[in-house]
Ligand binder design. Structure first.
Ligand SMILES: NC(=O)c1ccc[n+]([C@@H]2O[C@H](COP(=O)([O-])OP(=O)(O)OC[C@H]3O[C@@H](n4cnc5c(N)ncnc54)[C@H](O)[C@@H]3O)[C@@H](O)[C@H]2O)c1
Length: 417
């Protein structure tokens, strides 16, 4: 297969890491076993644009085992795990991606996926879907449907649909309860802290830690930073989420206030220009800046570059910027997703649920996609419930079942005092 990766010599290490992830992803592994004989994805060519990590490798193997052909590119210039890409290429999986892609190379990889003329797409951030719509509209007729993994991708696709420009059905996997309330919260919470620690090795206890955005990801990061003893401040633009943060016991204020005292900053908003030159000017010497939102637009890297008189990489994924007055600010992972660029992304156990939703949604599209009109669709409730049920089983957790009387009671609510 004509893959393009960084170093085929890394395949052995990649295989071992994928094998380890497989031992932590029991839901996906069960789905693999259940579908490997019947091959319900036979005849499907799936084009993927998703972080190339061990967990993605487990998903790709599962899709292949269910009969699909897959062609893959990474969805971020810094998130590809080169050993995983090498392992997949050795398994004859068509894969295009390496860590440190330029913008041109990034879109070249996506183009290679499109050259295979996929009839299902799997996106994380919607760059594949946008490339089809903008540069290859002739391919739309081949596509039965697609799935979207992340919040920002879903926002972009809904915007496209509202303008009447989305040309095929997409399932917003991000919005499944077993994805958004777990992957974004516990996955981002743990892995973003992991990325900050690997890039800095700083002590979190006693630090002033500022989280911009108290949605799913921000809530997870704030919770885990507090667990390590940091004093957590939250900034928000949405009143209900700000209130939730305040009642959870976090200090809530504006970024222009938080900037003065913060030691570590992380953005988790999906918005742009959350930390800009005005904030940077107020920051203390030594402040650390990072982002865990999808694109590298939350911390203004341009502003930092313009303010600084010099920069040097002081540790991997950690750039020291020195200001004309000698103050130093540190930007992690070039302002890209700190958990994927400076660490390994979410732990496998939580991606197990996200990717089980991906697998089952693609199966659903393969069966029923042709009956759906263009638009953004929720993951069917049954899939969400199925993922939760299997996950509980694999965790050996049993829950109660309604008695007939209880079922009657809660469906009627006729009985009062
Ligand atoms: N790092 C990862 O691995 C990872 C995983 C999942 C999602 N994401 C990305 O993280 C981002 C957030 O996702 P989410 O699921 O938490 O979304 P969400 O909608 O649940 O939360 C976003 C929050 O940010 C707030 N916000 C928006 N603009 C703001 C601003 N200028 N200042 C302060 N707060 C602001 C919103 O009010 C909201 O509460 C998205 O870009 C998503 O794609 C990253």
């Amino acid at each position: 297969m004509p893959s393009k990766i960084k170093d085929a010599g890394l395949a052995k290490q990649g295989k071992l890491r994928i094998e380890w992830a497989e031992t932590r992803m029991p839901v996906l592994m069960r789905l693999r076993k259940e579908n490997s004989k019947s091959k319900p994805l036979q005849g499907m060519r799936i084009g993927g644009c998703l972080h190339i990590t061990t967990e993605t490798a487990v998903l790709v193997r599962t899709l292949n085992s269910a009969g699909a052909e897959t062609v893959w590119s990474g969805c971020n210039p810094l998130s590809t795990q080169d050993d995983v890409a090498a392992a997949l290429a050795e398994e004859q999986i068509d894969i295009y991606g390496w860590r440190g892609l330029s913008k041109d190379e990034y879109y070249w990889c996506i183009q290679k996926v499109l050259d295979s003329k996929p009839n299902l797409t799997l996106d994380d951030g919607a760059d594949l879907v946008f490339t089809i719509h903008e540069s290859h509209p002739e391919q739309v007729k081949n596509v039965i449907g697609g799935t979207e993994e992340t919040t920002t991708g879903v926002h972009r696709l809904r915007a496209l649909a509202e303008q009447g420009r989305l040309k095929y059905p997409i399932i917003s996997v991000n919005d499944a309860e077993t994805k958004w309330d777990f992957d974004n919260v516990y996955g981002t919470g743990q892995s973003s802290i992991d990325g900050i620690i690997r890039a800095t090795n700083v002590l979190l206890a006693g630090k002033n830690f500022v989280v911009a955005g108290y949605g799913h990801c921000g809530r997870g990061v704030a919770m885990r930073a507090r667990g390590l003893g940091a004093n957590v401040t939250v900034t928000e633009i949405e009143p209900v989420n700000a209130l939730k943060a305040a009642m959870e016991g976090f200090r809530v204020t504006q970024m222009s206030e938080a900037a003065k005292t913060g030691g570590i900053f992380i953005t988790a908003t999906g918005c742009s220009d959350v930390i800009t030159r005005e904030h940077m000017k107020l920051m203390k010497d030594g402040a650390i800046l990072s982002n865990t939102g999808h694109f590298n637009v939350e911390v203004s890297v341009t502003d930092l570059e313009q303010l600084a008189k010099s920069k040097r990489e002081i540790r991997p994924n950690n750039m020291e910027y020195t200001m004309p007055d000698g103050k130093r600010l540190y930007l992690l992972a070039e302002g890209r997703l700190v958990n994927l660029a400076a660490a390994e992304g979410h732990p496998s156990e939580v991606m197990d649920m996200s990717f089980a939703n991906q697998f089952l949604s693609l199966l659903h599209l393969a069966k029923q996609g042709k009956t759906l009109k263009p638009g953004v669709y929720e993951v069917p409730k049954e899939i969400d419930q199925q993922v939760a049920r299997i996950k509980l089983e694999t965790m050996n957790i049993k829950i109660d079942t309604l008695t007939e009387d209880q079922a009657r009671y809660i469906s009627g609510y006729g009985a009062g005092t």
